[in-house]
Ligand binder design. Structure first.
Ligand SMILES: [Zn+2]
Length: 189
């Protein structure tokens, strides 16, 4: 189960493990939290008080003094799993829904012809459609796109990167995802 780490201003920074979050709690590094506690960790008996130390880990934690994320100003890094998640594993040409193994990163304008390896020039395509299109533009191949590419926002990127996202975390992240995002259709995954 992953904890969503924010900076003090509420910008998402990373997914961290419960263990990593516990270390930040223990060093008094948590500024504020959101969501219900997801797990309660019990430590040793404190000699001074005779009480057992107890840490409630929350689903979302804002970390004190964390260096403000620079990522929010940049384009999130492109990867195949995130690209396929953005496009909901639907081939942009035939509209079929595929397993990740049967999908490819398709360059709308082929890279051999100057197309960039970027969020705006990449779309999800099944192996068949990618092979059929080959080294041509969609116009040349007479294959039109069923949906358009876009650059995910930072909040959206955190959703695309998450493995198992808890309801509290999804609610927080989706609140900042533009209405136009495909992640608003259905469960968000
Ligand atoms: Zn296809």
């Amino acid at each position: 189960m992953d904890v969503l780490q924010l900076d003090v201003s509420g910008r998402p920074q990373a997914w961290i493990s419960a263990k990593e979050a516990a270390v930040i709690y223990a060093s008094d590094g948590i500024a504020w939290t959101l969501g219900d506690p997801i797990v309660i960790l019990r430590g040793g008996i404190q000699r001074r008080t005779g009480l057992q130390s107890r840490i409630e880990l929350h689903a979302i934690v804002a970390v004190r003094g964390a260096i403000p994320s620079r990522a929010w100003r940049q384009e999130p890094a492109l990867s195949n799993p995130k690209l396929f998640a953005r496009d909901r594993r639907v081939c942009a040409y035939c509209g079929g829904n595929f397993d990740e193994d049967d999908l490819t990163r398709e360059h709308i304008q082929p890279t051999s012809r100057g197309g960039r390896d970027s969020w705006m020039n990449c779309i999800t395509a099944c192996r068949g459609c990618n092979g059929r299109k080959g080294n041509r533009t969609p116009e040349e191949a007479n294959m039109s796109l069923m949906y358009l590419p876009y650059v995910p926002s930072l909040h959206e990127d955190m959703i695309l990167r998450g493995r198992r996202i808890l309801a509290d975390q999804m609610e927080f992240l989706l609140a900042s995802v533009p209405r136009s995002s495909r992640l608003h259709d259905g469960s968000g995954r």
